[in-house]
Write a protein that binds this ligand. Structure first.
Ligand code: SF4
Length: 71
């Protein structure tokens, strides 16, 4: 399993992750991205998935480096 972690409070809402990985990311009304099906753990949002898929591109595209992948 792979864990995807999003430091959502630091999101600047640039939309890059949604552009490269709409399967897993979407923009919310508050102007920040949301990792679909993730759960809030402390100040971060996390989810575990079988395959990393386009989350790799999402993490690489984030200008403030707040998308983390733990394999
Ligand atoms: S790429 Fe990073 S800063 Fe931009 S919307 Fe996604 S999580 Fe937020």
């Amino acid at each position: 399993m792979t864990k995807i972690i999003h430091e959502r409070e630091k999101c600047i809402g640039c939309g890059a992750c949604v552009s490269v990985c709409p399967e897993h990311w979407e923009m919310k009304d508050d102007g920040k991205a949301f990792l679909k099906d993730s759960k809030q753990v402390g100040e971060k949002f996390e989810k575990e998935i079988e395959a990393i898929g386009c989350n790799k591109e999402a993490a690489e595209s984030c200008p403030v480096n707040i998308i983390h992948i733990e394999e």
